[in-house]
Design a protein around this ligand. Structure first.
Ligand SMILES: NC(=O)c1ccc[n+]([C@@H]2O[C@H](COP(=O)([O-])OP(=O)(O)OC[C@H]3O[C@@H](n4cnc5c(N)ncnc54)[C@H](O)[C@@H]3O)[C@@H](O)[C@H]2O)c1
Length: 445
């Protein structure tokens, strides 16, 4: 690709002369597709789920991410968006291929199945001057392996015939499109100078922030892993210290506020568990690279083990306060891994359920975003209406910091439960002064 072609790339994208295909229209892919549509690009949305593909093509997108539904509707109306399950067709008919499929864990190592499935599809339609952009968080060195695989399976050479960009996505549910467009600078890396120039030009269309250009794809891969690891390890420190303070009979939250009053202390919040598709996964991906290379790292595993113990620790603490009483019914508030989002992936609530089941406790779960979840054991009753699950409960466990729970009223609990349940505030969101009649146990206090 010559200088003129790179210079003209933004206008060609906006005119639809250069078409994008986006592989994996889940949470991340929806946000990416929406931002490119909002910038005027023409897009092929590719997903294995035919139901999702039909919904998009029939203007029935259900995605709740702010601004996404509107972007998809406008895209279909303006004939700038088409969805398909045929990844090979999408590769043949597009110039820029963006991969946003998930990388999960299989026995605590990276599960790269979906990523390589897409790479195979892309290879079948790869043409001269095509651009490949990879966005999932991956073990360090994955981009280099993908490039070699493509070169081996095609007659094309990177930086000469096709271009490769690794751009780890750094978005949060509920603000994902704003995150890409305005909140954070894009992290960009490439297989060489031309790919970096292309990346710079392209991301200037969708992001108002100056990109951070990394020296190599390995550095960009490590950046994303370390960004997540930093949070997991710091949450683990807060969790360990909160348990320490509880045992000494002092209040971790009071200490945290005081310590964080100077800028060099940034103690995180302890909690009943760490969930989501990113933070609990990335330490394992980094550890995988360390093991492969024979490098000793301690913090990722230490942090993981500490955080993974929190649901069990919390349930044990609750049960020791309950004592010998039998036939206990617990109500867990929150199935989402984080407050105010409809996302239950790797939620610590599942581990709280598991631990309560070991203690033969009857379990109900409330979450305003969920009334069905096949992942919960059959005997666990789930409802999105609090009134339907609160009657007769002995203990209420706050697992998610949904705003709705911050406002929960003592009189309401007593009236509806027809009991005086103990409350375990696993997120420290209640104001204890508002509770005069019920016993509250709080993490870290
Ligand atoms: N979830 C987050 O908050 C977040 C934030 C930043 C980065 N990430 C990264 O992005 C990745 C994707 O996360 P997500 O939340 O969008 O996942 P997701 O599960 O919401 O969506 C993935 C989509 O990919 C589709 N898919 C899988 N294999 C496919 C294939 N071969 N061809 C076409 N489509 C296919 C699935 O059907 C699904 O719709 C994560 O693994 C993570 O590395 C996630």
């Amino acid at each position: 690709m010559n200088q003129k072609q790179i210079h003209e790339l933004p206008s060609n994208i906006k005119l639809g002369n250069k078409k994008l295909s986006i592989y994996g229209i889940g949470f991340v892919g929806t946000a990416i597709a929406s931002t490119w549509l909002r910038a005027g690009a023409s897009i092929i949305a590719v997903d294995k789920k035919s139901k999702l593909v039909n919904e998009i093509n029939n203007k029935k997108t259900t995605n709740s991410e702010p601004k996404a539904k509107e972007a998809f509707l406008e895209g279909i109306n303006n004939k700038k968006l088409i969805a398909t399950s045929n990844g090979k067709w999408a590769s043949k008919n597009s110039d820029i291929k963006i991969i946003s499929v998930p990388v999960g864990l299989d026995k605590r190592t990276a599960d790269l199945r979906f990523l390589y499935e897409v790479v195979d599809d892309i290879i079948t339609g790869l043409k001269k001057d095509d651009i490949i952009i990879v966005t999932p968080t991956v073990p360090i060195g994955t981009s280099t392996k993908i490039i070699k695989l493509i070169e081996n399976k095609t007659r094309l050479s990177v930086e000469k015939d096709f271009f490769f960009i690794y751009n780890p996505e750094r978005i949060s549910a509920g603000q994902a499109i704003s995150d890409i467009e305005n909140n954070y600078p894009p992290i960009l890396s490439g297989s060489g100078k031309t790919s970096i120039k292309i990346a710079n030009k392209m991301f200037g269309i969708i992001s108002s922030k100056k990109p951070i250009i990394m020296s190599c794809t390995e550095a960009a891969e490590a950046e994303k892993l370390i960004e997540g690891l930093y949070r997991d390890v710091n949450i683990a420190l807060a969790n360990e210290l909160s348990v320490f303070c509880e045992k000494l009979g002092i209040d971790f939250w009071e200490i945290r506020d005081a310590a964080n009053s100077q800028p060099y202390s940034q103690l995180h919040k302890p909690g009943i568990g760490v969930g989501g598709y990113c933070i609990p996964v990335y330490p394992w991906l980094l550890t995988q690279t360390a093991i492969d290379k024979g490098i000793n790292v301690n913090f990722p595993l230490l942090g993981r083990y500490t955080n993974e113990k929190m649901p069990e620790y919390s349930v044990n603490r609750i049960m020791s306060k309950i004592g010998k009483k039998k036939n206990i019914t617990a109500l867990i508030l929150g199935l989402s891994f984080r407050g105010n989002v409809a996302d239950n992936r790797i939620s610590p609530t599942y581990d709280v359920v598991k631990e309560l089941m070991k203690k033969k406790v009857k379990i109900r779960v409330h979450d305003p975003f969920f009334d069905y979840d096949p992942l919960l054991p059959k005997q666990v009753k789930l409802s999105c209406e609090l009134d339907k699950v609160i009657s007769g409960v002995d203990v209420i466990i706050i697992s998610t910091d949904h705003n709705e729970y911050k406002e929960i009223d003592e009189e309401y609990i007593i009236k509806k439960s027809k009991k005086k349940p103990m409350i375990f505030d696993g997120r420290n969101i209640l104001n204890q002064d508002d509770f005069k009649k019920l016993k509250i146990l709080t993490i870290g206090k």
